[in-house]
Every structure is written in C-alpha cells, then in structure tokens.
Design a protein around this ligand. Structure first.
Ligand SMILES: [Zn+2]
Length: 415
C-alpha cells in the first residue's frame, strides 16, 4: 500500500463521528443545530477541545494575530512549509453542525490517522481553524483567512463591531487571554498547499449520485441594486393615467429578471433577496423602490452577457425612472490543478464516485488561492440544506470525504 492510501485507510469513522458530536454540543441549540458565532464562549470552548485533542496526539498548536489556529503534525524535514487543511468552526445564529466544523474535524482526523500509522512525511501537516468565516457577528466574512493571505487587511477588521458594540479586536483579546498556552506566530506564514473539506451546501452531488466533489473553482458573483422612482400619491384619488407607481415598475423589471433566469443555463443563479418600498404605506402609491440582485455563474463571459441584459432594463418603465448600480464583484476563482488532481487521485484510490464541479458558495479557500496552491473536497448535503439547523450529511459520506482528504494531504505532504 502507498503511504497516502495507508493514511486514508487509517481514518477512523467512529473517532471522526465522536469528534463531530462532541464539538456540536458547544453552542448546540435545544432543538438541534448550532449558534456558535465567532469569538463567543462556544467558539472558544470548541477551540479548546480541538487544541487538547490535537496535543494529545502529539501535535503542536499555534495561533496568529487574526485568531487563526494551526495544529501542527511534525515532519521529517520540519523547515519545509506545511500542507494545511481545515475550515471554520463559527456558525450562523441558527446554523447546522457541519458547515465548517466538518472540515476542521476531518483535518483533525487526518492528524489522528497520521499519528496512528506513525507516519512522518516530508512536510508537516497542519489542521487549521480560520476565524470568522460566517461574517454574521462581525462583517465581512472570511476575516481570518483574508488576513492570513493579506495581513494588511487585519487593521480594518479589528474595528468591526457586533450588534452590542463590541469590536472584533476585543473578541481577539479575549481569545488571547483564553489561550496563553498556544504560542503566537505571524500572519501569512508560507504554506506548501491548502485543502479544505466542506459539505456541498447544494444538491449537485445528491442529484448526480456522487459521493465526492472534486472542486475545481468557485463561481463568480455580482451584486446589483435597482432603484425605481415614481411619485407618491393618494391611493384613492389618483387615476390610472396619472399614476407613477414605483412598485409597478419594479415588478416589471423583476419579472424580466426572472425571465433571464429561465432562459439561462442551469448554472445561472439570480436572486432578488431584498426589496424596500417608500413610503411603504397601505394607502399611498409607492414613490420609490430599491431591490437587490445577487447574480452568480462559474464563467465570466456568461456573467458579462447577463449583466448587459440586466443593465438594459434600466430604462423608463411604467412612467418611472429605473436605475441600476453594481455593488459587488467577485470573479470566478480557479483552484490549483496540483491540488485538484491530488483530490481526484484520493477519490479514485478510495473507489468512490466523484464529480469535478464548481462551488456555489464562498469559502475560506477562496482567500487562500492567492497565498498557496489550494483546493477543496465536497461531500453531499441532504436536500442541499445549509445555514439551517436541519443540515445533514450521511455519516458514511463524512468518513469518505475524510479519507479522500487524508489521501490528498498525505500525497501533497509526502512529495
Ligand atoms: Zn462554511
């Protein structure tokens, strides 16, 4: 057996399942699911559990100024940059137990598998916990991985406040106080590669009856804000010919947008998620409506084409002025072929049906792309549910994903 196959075979499903269960009690909600927002007590408790688990395996813990944790399995030549694997353990206020936490638990299981085989690889292997991926307590999300890849970003993050006025910087100070035993190292240390295991949070794997997603890219996103302007007037006295109803115009534009979605290919995503009506009174013809559009696709050319058609809707409609503005752009991002291929070999070696695919959601891995060769492994999400307490993945699939991760990590760290 090759060394990567030996490490993959040493992944222990019961040990992994027990760790996922133990971690999910920290911030666990009475009816199931989680509220473990970043740098709250449940987050710190979960980090303590993971640090202790890794130290008992013989790993060395580190943290950095953004609160990222690195649990390092030593190598034969320890001055080589490590292969890192992990994700986040913070959740949405009503999140599931697997979004993020699965990737960290699988990373720790890789360390446990290395420990049980006694394997020493050419490069160290580090299990990583990235801080504040979700961005629900402190915006924006992926703060820890962003600051790791670009340390100049941290200063701005420190001032971010939560709903009670506490800052991200204060949260980090509490983390420092809770982990005096975990030594500090700088942001952005060199990594040989980064691999993240994550639940898919979509239905592609389930719909195609595949167990493993070999993630090649993260799709691009663009956000827009539409505004329609008419005139407020009395709902009872304004004749149809004089009405300049901003909501009527918005509805026309919105239905044209939904039309783009039905004409586009299956990978096109278009969501109108927020709509504000002014003045918002039951008996006043709306004067102005603002609504958002979230547009996603893996290909830039398709995004360009849909954007051009979307912009063409910014013309006088139903007696109202219509304007559109782009408010956010995230280009499609490609993962590194060396890591993608290592994941593919992992899937093949453990004999599981797999699919090369794009990620629909953002992940910490998106930030790591500019730091080192990066890739991801997906496992199915039942009904695609995530950011939901009912999030679920078959335990066999969780173990399968961890085996593929172990194979990929051992291969990358061994050569
Ligand atoms: Zn996540």
């Amino acid at each position: 057996m090759t060394l990567p196959a030996e490490v993959a075979a040493a992944v222990d499903g019961r040990r992994l399942g027990a760790l996922i269960r133990d971690v999910s009690t920290l911030g666990g909600l009475p009816g199931g699911g989680l509220d473990r927002q970043t740098l709250t007590k449940p987050d710190l408790d979960a980090r303590r559990l993971m640090v202790d688990r890794c130290c008992s395996l013989g790993a060395q813990p580190w943290r950095d100024p953004a609160g990222n944790f690195f649990l390092r399995w030593p190598a034969t030549a320890s001055d080589e940059p490590p292969v890192a694997t992990g994700s986040h353990i913070d959740s949405q206020p009503g999140g599931g137990t697997l979004d993020g936490a699965y990737g960290v638990c699988a990373a720790i299981e890789v360390l446990a598998a290395l420990a049980s085989t006694g394997a020493r690889l050419r490069r160290p292997v580090e299990a990583v916990i990235w801080t504040n991926e979700e961005g629900c307590r402190f915006a924006p999300g992926t703060m820890g991985s962003s600051a790791f890849a670009d340390p100049s970003a941290l200063d701005e993050f420190l001032a971010a406040t939560d709903g009670s006025g506490a800052t991200f910087g204060e949260g980090l100070a509490q983390l420092d106080a809770a982990f005096p035993d975990v030594p500090l190292r700088p942001l952005g240390v060199p990594l040989h590669a980064f691999v993240e295991a994550h639940i898919e949070q979509g239905t592609t794997l389930e719909d195609t009856a595949n167990t493993i997603g070999i993630v090649e890219r993260i799709q691009g996103s663009r956000w827009f804000r539409f505004q329609t302007r008419g005139a407020a007037s009395h709902a009872g006295t304004t004749p149809r010919s004089r009405k300049r109803d901003a909501l009527a115009a918005a509805v026309e534009v919105a239905s044209a947008l939904y039309g783009l979605l039905t004409e586009g290919d299956d990978a096109l995503r278009l969501t109108i998620g927020r709509l504000e009506v002014v003045p918002g009174s039951v008996n006043v013809v709306p004067a102005a409506v603002t609504f958002t559009v979230d547009l996603r696709h893996p290909d830039t050319e398709v995004l360009d084409e849909v954007e051009a058609r979307l912009r063409a809707l910014a013309r006088p409609t139903a007696g109202c002025d219509v304007q559109v503005m782009r408010t956010m752009t995230m280009s499609p991002s490609l993962f590194h072929p060396a890591v993608v291929d290592a994941v593919a070999r992992g899937a093949r070696s453990v004999g599981l049906p797999s699919l090369r695919m794009a990620s629909g959601a953002f992940h910490d891995s998106l930030r790591l792309i500019r730091h080192c060769p990066t890739g991801m492994v997906f496992v199915p999400s039942r009904d695609g549910l995530s950011h939901n307490t009912a999030e679920y993945t078959d335990p066999d699939d969780l173990v399968a994903g961890a085996r593929v991760l172990a194979h990929a990590v051992a291969e990358l760290a061994g050569r």
